[in-house]
Design a binder for this molecule. Structure first.
Ligand code: PEP
Ligand code: MG
Length: 541
C-alpha cells in the first residue's frame, strides 16, 4: 500500500541536519543459481573458484582503500575469512564429488557456519562469511552485487541495513539514508554520522516506501516524512561556541595509525579510547613485544596531544582475534571476552602492558591503560596491580557491565579513572544484543534506564574523586554529550569525525546550563521525552 503524503514514519535519527530527496530502494540482489553438479571436472572448477576468490579479495582491497581508517581494517579481516585455507579444502572435497565451484563454496560455508556457530571466534562472523560466500557465488555466476548508485542526484537510500561493503559504495548523490533495521551503534549509523549524512534507522515502516517517493529525512524529529519539505524539519540545534574551551575535555577514539592521524587533525584533547584489538583482527600469530612496541609507538607518536587512554585487548564476541583461540561458547557476548582472557591468555595481556610501557618511554607520551569488560571490584584491583607493576601509567577500567556500574563507589582507592562504554553497557543493561538490528530502539542512549545509570556512576565518581569518562558511541552525539557533562561526566571521547562538533556543543553552554538540561532529561520517563527535554533546554540556552 502506497503511503500518503504527509505520513510520518518513526525511527531513530542520526545527525543534526535534515535532507529532502527521492527514495532509492536497495533491492534484493538477483537470486543465485541453484546448487548443481557439473561435468567440468574438479580441477576446472577449483581454478574458477580460486579466480573468483581472488576477484572478491581485490574488491575488498579496493573498498578498504576507499573507506580508509578503521573500515580498512574491517575489510582486511573479511579478506582473512575469505581466503581461509580450510574452507577451500572443504569446498575442494565437494568439487571432487562433482559439485560446481559455486555449489561447493556455498556448501562449505554452510558447514563452517554450523560447525562454528557456537565458537566465539567465528559466531559473529558467520553472517560476514555468508555475505562473502554470496559474493563469490555471484562472481562465478556473473551476477552484479554492487549498488550501482549514480554519482549525482538527491537520493535517500532505503534498505534493511547497510554493510561496510555497501557504505563504501555510497556516492555524493546519497543525501539521506533510511534503514528498516539497525540501531544507533550499527555500522550504518556510525558511517552516516561521520560523513554528515542525515539518517533515520530502525524505521520499520520505511519498507512501504517506493523508489521515486519524495521524502524528508528528519533525524532530529526521529522520523521520515513522506512528501515533506525542508520547512517541516524539526528545528535542529545550531551550536555556537560561547567559550574558548569545552566544559569538559573532548578526546578521540582511535584504532589504527590512520585514525590517530585523523584525530590529530581535530581539536581532540588526546585519545579517550585506543581499541588495540583492531590491530589484530586478522593476525594468525601472536605479535611479539618488539612488534607490539613498534606498532604502539607509531600510533602514540601520531596521536593528538594530551593523554592517551589505551584499552588492553578486548577480544571475543563481536571482535574475534584469530591468534587468541577461545574455544567453543554458546553465548559469546556473555562469555570469555575482554579482561576475562586473563585466565587463558595472561602472557598476552602482560606483553601488551610491557609493550605499552616501552612505547611510552620511546615517545614520551602520557599513557593511561584500562581493561574492558570488568564485572567485579576484585577484577579491577587485579588489573590495576598488574598494570602498575609493569609501567608508569594511570590505571583504570571500562564500565560496561551493570555489576560494576552498581559498585562504582567501591572503586575508590582501586582505580585512577573509569571510562563508560555505553555500547556494551546498553547491551547488558537492556539484555539487548548490540549486533541485533531489530533491537535498535532499546539501544538508543536516550533510554531513561541508561541515563539514570550514567548519573549514578557520575555521582560515584564525584564522591570518590575518580574521573569518569564516556567513550561509547553516545559521546559522539553532540546533544547527548552536553547531557553527559551536565550529569557530571568529566570527559568524553568521540570518533575523529565527531570531535569538533562535540567540542563546539560543549563550548556552547556553561556547566550550570548543562546541569539544568541534564536534570530535566533525568526526569523524563521515555527516550522521546528525554531527547525532547535536551533539545528544549538547548533551544533556550
Ligand atoms: C563500548 O562498549 O561502548 C565501547 C566503547 O567499547 P566497544 O564498542 O569497542 O565494545
Ligand atoms: Mg565495549
Amino acid at each position: 500500500m502506497a503511503l500518503s503524503s504527509g505520513a510520518a514514519l518513526k525511527g531513530l535519527g542520526v545527525g543534526l541536519n535534515s535532507s529532502v530527496g527521492q527514495v532509492w530502494k536497495v533491492k534484493p540482489h538477483a537470486a543465485l543459481p541453484a546448487r548443481a553438479k557439473t561435468a567440468n571436472g574438479a580441477e576446472v572448477e577449483a581454478q574458477s573458484l580460486k579466480a573468483s576468490i581472488s576477484a572478491v579479495a581485490r574488491d575488498l582491497d579496493q573498498l578498504g582503500e576507499k573507506a580508509g581508517g578503521t573500515s580498512a581494517e574491517i575489510f582486511e579481516a573479511l579478506k582473512f575469512l575469505l581466503e581461509d585455507d580450510e574452507l577451500f579444502e572443504v569446498a575442494s572435497a565437494h568439487m571432487d564429488d562433482g559439485w560446481s565451484a559455486a555449489a561447493a563454496y556455498g556448501m562449505a560455508v554452510d558447514e563452517f557456519g554450523e560447525l562454528l556457530g557456537g565458537d566465539p571466534t567465528f559466531v559473529e562472523r558467520v553472517a560476514d562469511l555468508q555475505d562473502l560466500s554470496k559474493r563469490v557465488q555471484a562472481h562465478l555466476a556473473g551476477i552484479e552485487l554492487s549498488l550501482n548508485l549514480p554519482e549525482s542526484g538527491n537520493l535517500v537510500l532505503v534498505g534493511e541495513d547497510f554493510s561496510p561493503a555497501d557504505t563504501a559504495q555510497f556516492t555524493p548523490a546519497v543525501i539521506g539514508v533510511v534503514t528498516t533495521k539497525g540501531g544507533p551503534t550499527s555500522h550504518t549509523s556510525i558511517i552516516c554520522r561521520s560523513r554528515g549524512i542525515p539518517a533515520v534507522v530502525s524505521c520499520g515502516d520505511a519498507a512501504q516506501l517506493e523508489t521515486g517517493d519524495s521524502v524528508l529525512v528528519d533525524p532530529v524529529g526521529d522520523r521520515v516524512v513522506v512528501g515533506g519539505d525542508a520547512s517541516l524539519a524539526t528545528q535542529s540545534i545550531t551550536f555556537v561556541a560561547i567559550n574558548d574551551e569545552p566544559i569538559i575535555p573532548v578526546r578521540s577514539n582511535i584504532g589504527t595509525k590512520a585514525d590517530a592521524e585523523a584525530a590529530a587533525k581535530t581539536g581532540a584533547d588526546g585519545v579517550g579510547l585506543f581499541r588495540t584489538e583492531l590491530l589484530y583482527l586478522s593476525e594468525k600469530t601472536q605479535p611479539s613485544v618488539e612488534q607490539q612496541t613498534a606498532a604502539y609507538s607509531e600510533i602514540l607518536a601520531a596521536a593528538p596531544s594530551g593523554p592517551i587512554v589505551v584499552r588492553t585487548i578486548d577480544a571475543g564476541s563481536d571482535k574475534p582475534v584469530p591468534f587468541l583461540d577461545m574455544g567453543h561458547e554458546e553465548n559469546p557476548s556473555l562469555g570469555v571476552r575482554g579482561y576475562r582472557l586473563i585466565v587463558e591468555h595472561r602472557a598476552f595481556i602482560e606483553d601488551q602492558l610491557k609493550s605499552l610501557e616501552a612505547a611510552r618511554q620511546a615517545t614520551g607520551r602520557e599513557v593511561w591503560v584500562m581493561a574492558p569488560m570488568i564485572a567485579t571490584v576484585q577484577e579491577a584491583a587485579d588489573f590495576c596491580n598488574l598494570a602498575r607493576s609493569i609501567g608508569s601509567f594511570k590505571v583504570g577500567i571500562m564500565i560496561e557491565t551493570p555489576s560494576i556500574a552498581v559498585l562504582a563507589n567501591d572503586l575508590a582507592g582501586v582505580v585512577d579513572f573509569v571510562s563508560i562504554g555505553t555500547n556494551d553497557l546498553s547491551q547488558y543493561l537492556f539484555a539487548a544484543d548490540r549486533m541485533n538490528p531489530a533491537l535498535g530502539t532499546l539501544l538508543t542512549p536516550w533510554q531513561p534506564g541508561l541515563i539514570r545509570t550514567l548519573a549514578r556512576i557520575a555521582d560515584a565518581g564525584n564522591a570518590t574523586g575518580i574521573s569518569v569518562g564516556v567513550c561509547g558511541e553516545s559521546a559522539s552525539d553532540p546533544t547527548f554529550a552536553v547531557v553527559l557533562a551536565g550529569l557530571g561526566i568529566t570527559s568524553v571521547s568521540a570518533s575523529p569525525s565527531q570531535v569538533d562538533v562535540v567540542k563546539t556543543a560543549l563550548s556552547s553552554v556553561d556547566l550550570a546550563k548543562a546541569k539544568e538540561i541534564a536534570n530535566s532529561v533525568l526526569a523524563a520517563t521515555s527516550p522521546e521525552a528525554a531527547k525532547a527535554a535536551a533539545l528544549d533546554g538547548l533551544a533556550s540556552a
